[in-house]
Design a protein around this ligand. Structure first.
Ligand code: ATP
Ligand code: MG
Length: 634
């Protein structure tokens, strides 16, 4: 691990030389004069004075060497279509989209809200914004009208771009109708709405004067040439709201130069993706993972990126592995929740295809439990790299870095602090550093590295107050996650700081108990929350999905299973962590990005209002939860 340690050390202690070297991976129209301006902590300005453009780096720069190579492959198992675009075609599409935006009055610094499904036009719109220096704010297509309206009022966009509809599990989602509703609710509506018609919603209403048809406008701008607007490195490139798992969403603002460098460097050092190779990131473009690893990093690196519209089990549970085989995918990036879905299906789906091109599978977004990590590693027979990051950082905080030096994987651990991150584990009580194996708050000693959020859109004060004010003694960036580091230096994330269960004075992380429940061989997945208890203050309550429910039809069968799970927890953590009850369900309430809505579960279990649930994947999960709770109390 010496090379890795030295790499990390240089990134912090020989900072200017290290990042100057990394910055060579991107094109600078005008060179920067200073690597870092940290005169106003905790605000960091990287690559001061340098001028560049994200779209130029992602598209134009590749025209010389790889114009005929595929840049984007769109695969939709929803509408059963595939379409590819070479870098030359991307260049044309993006320039045309840019010309359309300019024609609609969008200029440098203006905001454009993009509310679209995973279709190529969404990528064109995003890169078109980057090209002309407009600030894009992609809002995940699962958000309801009120959530979208709140984001409209925060960003005050000049233009919104949408499609008539999206599709999920074969069901049409009327995007445009929802945009109309959100604009009715908003106080700062856009002047225009640009609509890409897919033929999914024939009855789509049109507002004369405001709504503009993509195809009609595109026809007027065929062959358009729109030069890149050169931007100073720290000017804003985009706004992206956090998932909202823990309350009011925050508009994460990203810069241009630092972001470009972070993307290029991470593709090389972490993901090992090279020009000409193919990457498959299964995320939605509306999430940070989609922004960074479907669009910016792969294209900046000159790769072919697969944009997938669909779910992992339709038409069957082999669909992703078939894509890996057919497109010779070398880098794949997905989420633990998707793997847990696949785990419910036969391993034969994995074995059916030739996966020899695949080097690594990366997973992020939530804790990757040990059994799932082991299952997929054995199934693929390749390194499966759990890595940890946040919308705020835009790229990994903790990860293995096989591009620097391959290191052994420990199941359940996202390995080590990534270069650029001065990571610390601080005791909550006095901000002192925790020792090996001691649970503490994961923090980043500022300045944050290039590519991380530069502020909260329009609210510098909230940025400092939200992220840098956890400890009165020390101004550090709090991730709001618990972690430990073992004696070998491997980190483990134990859940969010507000996901703590206090059982008779013992503080237990939900993740620890979930891990223990998952140890039972017949558990596919579970969620544990703390519920108020008159005697102990709080007690854990578990909701579990069984892999095989055939023996659980009878009350006796369920009771025996529950007892086994409790015994498993007793053995792993001790009786103190034993759940009050284990409710069996077939579905857990999750956001559409796959995060368990623990807050909502907890509220329901305590008989409170679960609050805003607009990002829920399947409302049926809540019904099951309510039914399970009601059956128990009856
Ligand atoms: P909000 O901040 O609005 O509540 P969110 O935190 O869910 O939403 P994201 O930025 O998408 O939004 O998620 C980042 C969080 O996801 C991390 O802080 C951590 O809690 C969790 N997470 C991400 N990757 C991992 C991982 N590999 N292991 C454990 N937890 C992870
Ligand atoms: Mg968060």
């Amino acid at each position: 691990m010496r090379a890795l340690q030295e790499f990390h050390r240089r990134s912090l202690h020989d900072r200017d030389a290290f990042w100057t070297e990394q910055a060579k991976m991107v094109h600078w129209e005008k060179p920067f004069t200073k690597v870092l301006d940290y005169s106003r902590p905790p605000f960091a300005k990287w690559f001061v004075g340098g001028e560049t453009n994200l779209c130029y780096n992602a598209v134009d720069r590749h025209l010389r060497d790889r114009a005929g190579q595929k840049a984007l492959v769109w695969i939709s198992t929803e509408v059963d279509r595939e379409k590819s675009y070479t870098y030359r075609e991307m260049h044309e599409e993006v320039q045309r989209a840019a010309a359309m935006m300019v024609a609609l009055g969008v200029g440098k610094g203006d905001r454009v809200i993009i509310y679209m499904p995973n279709i190529p036009e969404a990528v064109f719109a995003i890169l078109a914004c980057a090209r002309i220096g407009a600030v894009h704010s992609v809002v995940f297509g699962g958000f309801a009208a009120a959530s979208l309206a709140a984001r409209i009022d925060d960003a005050k966009p000049k233009l919104m771009v949408t499609a008539d509809g999206g599709s999920r599990m074969g069901k049409v989602l009327p995007y445009k109708a929802l945009v109309d509703e959100s604009i009715r609710l908003a106080r700062h509506p856009p002047a225009h709405v640009l609509i890409f018609r897919r033929g999914l919603d024939a009855d789509m209403p049109v507002v004369a004067g405001r709504d503009v048809d993509w195809a009609g406008l595109a026809a007027k701008h065929a062959g358009a040439q729109v030069p890149c607007t050169w931007l100073e490195a720290s000017e804003p490139s985009y706004i992206l709201y956090t998932s909202g798992t823990t309350g009011k969403p925050k508009g994460v603002q990203r810069d241009v130069g630092g972001h470009a460098v972070a993307m290029a460097a991470s593709m090389q050092h972490i993901y090992c993706g090279h020009a000409g190779e193919t990457i498959f990131t299964t995320s939605d473009i509306g999430w940070a993972v989609g922004h960074s690893y479907i669009i910016y990093a792969p294209l900046i690196a000159g790769m072919t990126s697969i944009l997938y519209e669909g779910v992992p089990v339709r038409p069957d549970a082999g669909v992703w592995w078939k894509i890996v085989q057919d497109y010779r995918v070398s880098v794949m990036f997905s989420a633990p929740t998707a793997i847990r879905v696949l785990k419910k299906h036969d391993l034969a789906w994995l074995k059916k295809y030739d996966l020899s091109s695949l080097r690594h599978l990366f997973l992020a977004g939530e804790p990757l439990d040990e059994p799932t990590h082991a299952w997929i590693s054995q199934g693929l027979d390749k390194p499966v790299i759990d890595h940890y990051w946040q919308t705020e950082t835009g790229w990994p905080i903790l990860s293995a870095m096989p591009g620097v030096e391959p290191t052994p994987i420990k199941f359940g651990s996202p390995s080590f602090a990534v270069y650029g991150y001065d990571l610390k584990l601080l005791r909550e009580t006095d901000a002192s550093e925790a020792g090996p194996g001691e649970k503490a708050v994961v923090v980043i000693e500022p300045p944050l590295p290039p590519g991380c959020m530069t502020t909260i859109w329009g609210d510098d004060e909230r940025f400092v107050k939200t992220y840098f004010s956890t400890f009165s003694k020390k101004q550090v960036y709090s991730t709001f996650d618990w972690g430990i580091r073992d004696k070998d230096g491997y980190y483990f994330i134990l859940g969010r700081t507000d996901d703590v269960i206090n059982v008779a004075g013992h503080r237990l992380g939900t993740r620890e108990i979930e891990e223990a429940v998952n140890m039972h061989s017949n558990i596919a997945e579970c969620a544990v929350v703390g519920v108020a208890d008159a005697l102990k203050g709080q007690m854990p309550l578990a909701f579990a999905v069984a892999k095989d429910a055939s023996k659980l039809g009878s009350i006796e069968g369920r009771k025996a299973f529950e007892k086994e799970i409790m015994d498993t927890v007793d053995k792993q953590l001790g009786a103190i962590a034993r759940p009050k009850a284990v409710h069996l369900v077939t579905l857990l309430p999750k956001t559409r990005s796959g995060k368990t809505l623990r807050r909502a579960i907890q509220a329901l279990a305590e008989g409170r209002d679960p609050g805003d649930l607009t990002t829920i994947e399947d409302p049926g999960a809540l019904e099951q939860l309510k039914a399970a709770l009601a059956a128990r109390s009856a």
